[in-house]
Design a binder for this molecule. Structure first.
Ligand SMILES: C[S@@+](CC[C@H](N)C(=O)[O-])C[C@H]1O[C@@H](n2cnc3c(N)ncnc32)[C@H](O)[C@@H]1O
Length: 311
């Protein structure tokens, strides 16, 4: 089974295809959550932070987005911590504020049970698709729930009572995950059928209800704010119209963003030769030609959670 933590990283460096230069989509989400962040910070009781505010930004890749809002809202010392956010990272009761953007849709592993005895149940697809057996969506959802639940449990140990978290991550509006916005990953025109048949994207776009249900069942946090941010997949397209974009420039922009995020993961599995420009051009095309015949939106949930006083 693929070790997600080993293969998952963004394209590094300051080069033309690097994440640093191609993370405008993620940057927009961070900028748009500034109000949520400010309100969440105000909601932390002053007495809690009389000796200084301790902040953690989880999953900040290299590049301009790391601590982006932080620069605007608070002064602090920065330290890097190694490890998966699906495990314990910090000392008990050591944090006042946790921020994470664009990380929680990444699963800690491909869904448990999908590679059943070495046979991939989702053969022929690399994500949930209309042709996937219904059990595939269920296994993806269960994996998301397990991961998100652990995330909340570990953070609840690390955050002081009354502390806050602002979490922004890719979600979906459709109740049916096979109609969700991430389905453009299927049909990439990858030639090596045998490898396509054994690969599953370690990603899940949850619905609002699925997210709320995990938070409620875990029980350590109150949802204080929740917003759905919609943006065009082309980060340079700020128009509000609903026309499908046939525009080559837009597809190219989408392809560049996707490449900066997914290239290392896809190359790690399929090899450098299989993952050429064509694959990302195809993703850009799939986003543009979404079957709903309306401009597919990138959906991000942004939530502010307050750690409950459970004593
Ligand atoms: C799309 S980037 C987001 C970076 C940044 N937060 C931003 O908004 O631009 C996702 C980051 O999460 C990291 N990541 C994904 N799963 C992780 C895990 N289980 N533990 C730690 N980091 C993880 C990836 O390596 C990557 O740096």
């Amino acid at each position: 089974m693929m070790n997600v933590e080993e293969v998952l990283h963004m394209v590094g460096g300051a080069g033309e295809t690097g994440y640093a230069l191609n993370s405008k989509l993620q940057e927009k989400a961070i900028t748009r959550t500034k109000d949520i962040m400010e309100k969440a910070l105000k909601n932390i009781n002053g007495e809690l932070v009389s000796k200084g505010l301790v902040v953690a930004d989880l999953g900040c890749s290299s590049g301009p987005n790391a601590f982006l809002n932080g620069d605007q809202v608070l002064p602090y010392y920065v330290a890097g911590v190694h490890g998966s956010f699906y495990g314990r990272l910090f000392l008990r009761n050591s944090l006042h504020f946790v921020h994470s953007s664009y990380i929680l849709m990444w699963l800690s592993q491909v869904p448990l049970g999908i590679e059943n005895g070495g046979v991939n149940i989702n053969k022929g697809n690399i994500y949930i698709s209309r042709t996937s057996p219904p059990i595939v969506s269920r296994l993806y959802l269960e994996q998301f729930k397990r991961g998100f639940l652990s995330f909340l449990q570990f953070r609840s140990q690390e955050i002081v009572n009354g502390g806050q978290m602002v979490l922004s991550f890719v979600g979906r509006k459709s109740s049916d995950p096979s109609k969700a916005e991430l389905c453009q990953f299927n049909d990439l025109g990858l030639l090596e059928e045998e490898k396509v048949n054994t690969f599953n994207m370690p990603l899940y776009a949850a619905s609002q209800e699925e997210v709320q249900q995990v938070i409620q069942s875990e029980g350590s946090f109150h949802i204080e704010q929740m917003q759905i941010l919609e943006s065009n997949w082309d980060p340079f397209d700020d128009s509000d119209d609903d026309q499908v974009f046939h525009n080559v420039k837009s597809r190219h922009n989408v392809a560049k963003c996707m490449r900066a995020v997914y290239e290392p993961l896809l190359v790690g599995y399929f090899g450098q030769q299989a993952i050429d420009d064509q694959v990302f051009t195809r993703i850009g095309h799939n986003v543009a030609m979404h079957p709903l015949k309306e401009k597919t939106k990138n959906i991000v949930f942004s939530l502010a959670l307050k750690a409950k006083d459970l004593n």
